[in-house]
Design a protein around this ligand. Structure first.
Ligand SMILES: [Zn+2]
Length: 183
């Protein structure tokens, strides 16, 4: 199995074990040259095997049929941010709760402030499989490394999948602290 596929399996499992995704939610991808390795549509994120990862083109959607419905968002992030090599998406509970009533999430804990600072909340009419999210997210990612889509979840990007997943974990922890402090 390729290194990229092994990484996607590993971090898909970690995101579920940490409660950042549930059942089939979320997706992960890695860019290698002109090819994006990404989770297949409709499979369980924490229990994927090699056949649950597909490869699609960076430049077009010709091979997207079996890929995650968020493939267009992953592709848009890569095409507009040349330094980015991995993208992770998670339906993290507390970050999603905060997204309903905030235009951004401002961590008050030291880790959240150190790694990310203010995290933008992107509000779109359609939040899943959304052309609007694909259009607006790349610019926000270039500045903030991660974005919370209102009522949906977190998209994070990095040089590696570990980095992207770390941002998801840091945002969720920061969100949980904010939520509990204001309870
Ligand atoms: Zn989602």
């Amino acid at each position: 199995m390729s290194k990229e596929k092994k990484e996607i399996l590993k971090f898909g499992k970690i995101l579920c074990e940490q409660g950042l995704n549930h059942s089939h939610s979320g997706n992960l991808s890695i860019l290698k040259n002109k090819e994006i390795f990404i989770k297949k549509h409709g499979v369980m994120t924490g229990y994927m095997t090699e056949k649950d990862i597909v490869s699609i083109n960076l430049k077009d959607s010709k091979k997207d049929k079996l890929a995650s419905v968020e493939a267009k968002v992953h592709r848009a992030i890569y095409l507009n941010n040349p330094g980015i090599k991995a993208v992770a998406h998670a339906h993290a509970l507390y970050a999603t709760i905060l997204s309903f009533k905030n235009n951004s999430i401002k961590p008050v804990d030291s880790e959240g402030q150190l790694y990310l600072g203010e995290i933008p909340v992107l509000s779109c009419a359609q939040t899943v499989c959304s052309d609007e999210v694909a259009e607006k997210i790349p610019k926000l990612i270039s500045k903030h490394k991660a974005v919370v889509v209102k009522g949906h979840g977190i998209f994070a990007a990095g040089q590696t999948l570990e980095e992207a997943c770390m941002y998801i974990s840091v945002i969720e922890n920061a969100s949980k602290i904010i939520y509990l402090l204001n309870k």
